[in-house]
Design a protein around this ligand. Structure first.
Ligand code: ADE
Length: 264
């Protein structure tokens, strides 16, 4: 799979992806990453790629011309017109299921904005898919593009080694991952749960699933409606929910609102 990144900071992208697992996948030729400098396509004498917004307002807007010329040079070179992802906090939020969908593509183009954004005409001409990596604002689209490339790459066959499974992971069955332990058995007085030392595979598996359910309930209950659970696991979740409700009711009974006034 080939990723093309249109950016004003190509070195940032190449440094970011060239290490660790993505770097190894690039060296093996399983994925390709090419960062293209939008500035190389400006028609302006001083190399400007941005200008003040029409209608006034703070900041600068990236102009359509260098972006469009950069994209056209790229698509002429590769002979294909891949989907174009524009990184912006105004976009659809990136997710594991969206990553899975994108991993089926042969090529993807990313457009990284900077300053106050990109001239809307470039976005409509390129028919961009606007994507956010979360509800916070970064200085540019380079880090979000790298996040997406990393996440999509690990779903491409041959990127992960045989000992690194893309399957056993957070969000498998829409649940968070269970806690993991390795040697030593006791660290600073904290012991590895006995069940993991029992050698009883089925019990270990059951414990891990229950831990996943507990964690998801505690930290990301919004994932639970789409979680894939067996009948027994659903009963376990219902028990946890009942316990949670009882604990809350008990807390309300002894809340300061119902306690006798200490000043009386
Ligand atoms: N550019 C700036 N902030 C961003 C975000 N949260 N996601 C995607 N692109 C961005």
């Amino acid at each position: 799979m080939n990723f093309y990144v249109m950016t004003l900071f190509p070195e940032m992208i190449m440094q970011g992806v060239s290490t660790s697992i993505t770097g190894r996948a690039m060296a093996k030729g399983v994925i390709g990453v090419e960062a293209v400098n939008i500035r190389d396509y400006t028609n302006e004498r001083h190399g400007h790629v941005d200008d003040a917004p029409y209608g006034g307002g703070a900041g600068m807007v990236m102009q359509a011309q260098p972006i469009m010329d950069c994209y056209r040079a790229l698509t002429d070179k590769i002979g294909k017109k891949p989907r174009v992802i524009y990184l912006t906090p105004q976009g659809r939020v990136f997710s594991q299921s969206y990553a899975k969908e994108l991993a089926a593509e042969e090529e993807l183009v990313f457009l990284c904005g900077h300053y106050e954004g990109v001239d809307e005409r470039a976005l409509s001409l390129l028919q961009t898919e606007n994507v956010s990596i979360g509800d916070y604002v970064l200085t540019g689209g380079e880090l979000p593009a790298m996040v997406m490339i990393d996440c999509i790459s690990r779903l491409v066959p041959g990127v992960l080694g045989k000992d690194e499974s893309a399957d056993i992971e957070s969000f498998h069955d829409n649940l968070l991952e269970y806690p993991q332990y390795t040697r030593p058995e006791v660290y600073e007085g904290l012991k590895v749960p006995d069940i993991l030392l029992s050698g009883h595979h089925a019990n270990v598996e059951k414990w891990r699933r229950e831990q996943s359910i507990e964690r998801t309930l505690a930290v990301r209950p919004d994932l639970l409606p789409d979680a894939v659970l067996s009948k027994k696991e659903r009963q376990y979740l219902e028990r946890l929910l009942a316990e949670q409700k009882a604990a809350m009711a008990e807390k309300e009974n002894i809340s300061p609102m119902t306690e006798p006034d200490a000043c009386q």
